[in-house]
Design a protein around this ligand. Structure first.
Ligand SMILES: *Cc1c(COP(=O)(O)O)cnc(C)c1O
Length: 227
């Protein structure tokens, strides 16, 4: 079932890219495996998945131990500063940086380990009170402040769009996030690139791809419902 789901998602991704005149190679799939057992991740791995998204530090640590080392782990959930040290050398990309204090902690631990950690800024584009992420008008200053920290590198932006019945309702937020990334790119800030746009989930990844997503994060559409 997982294998078929992945094939279908990839087919949809290609169709969405084509519709928007994009090269399908510009967009990658992250299989969001939070709460799912390693057997299911192994099945996705065997179907070709190498990018997995998790939102809990402990779960990344457990799964990291049990699965092949060529997996790229994506931290997509809220990250507490006191847990940064446990995953910093295990994750490929942290999508959920939403404060200068968190960035400072990542920088500090990265320098200790002699590595550079790639991050995205999580933007609360729809300004939902229940969500993490910074508001649009705070992003530029945050990026400028992080840019000068050692051991950390801003690679783009991420957003979690609202839960909606009709994916079209979220198109505006994806357009906004892309526009924001272009605005920041045009500032030519040293040590900052805006090549990554992480947006779109099971319900709206095709719309996100039409609006420029380079990573879509699909959980339910691959692994089924979470309890
Ligand atoms: C759970 C989660 C997803 C996947 O959601 P689905 O609707 O199951 O595809 C994507 N991004 C983040 C940040 C998540 O927490």
């Amino acid at each position: 079932m997982i294998k078929e789901n992945i094939a279908l998602v990839k087919q949809n991704m290609e169709a969405a890219c084509k519709k928007a005149g994009r090269n399908p190679g510009e967009a990658a799939l992250i299989a969001v495996s939070k709460t799912k057992p390693v057997d299911m991740l192994r099945e996705a791995y065997e179907a070709g998945c190498r990018d997995f998204g998790e939102n809990k530090v402990q779960e990344i640590m457990d799964k990291y131990e049990q699965l092949p080392s060529d997996i790229r782990w994506h931290m997509i959930g809220h990250l507490q500063r006191n847990k940064v040290k446990y995953i910093i050398d295990k994750v490929f990309l942290i999508h959920s940086v939403d404060s200068y204090r968190l960035a400072c902690e990542i920088s500090k631990e990265a320098v200790k380990k002699g590595i550079t950690v790639n991050i995205l800024i999580e933007v609360n584009v729809a300004e939902e009170e229940s969500k993490f992420g910074v508001y649009k008008d705070e992003v530029l200053d945050l990026v400028k402040n992080i840019a000068v920290l050692p051991g950390i590198c801003v690679k783009g932006l991420m957003t979690i769009a609202p839960y909606v019945e009709n994916a079209e309702e979220n198109r505006q937020y994806f357009v906004n996030l892309r526009q924001l990334s272009v605005d920041i790119m045009n500032k030519n800030i040293d040590n900052v690139s805006m090549g990554i746009l992480s947006m779109g989930m099971t319900g709206d990844y095709m719309v996100a791809l039409e609006e420029g997503a380079t990573y879509v994060r699909v959980g339910t559409g691959i692994f089924g419902d979470r309890k």
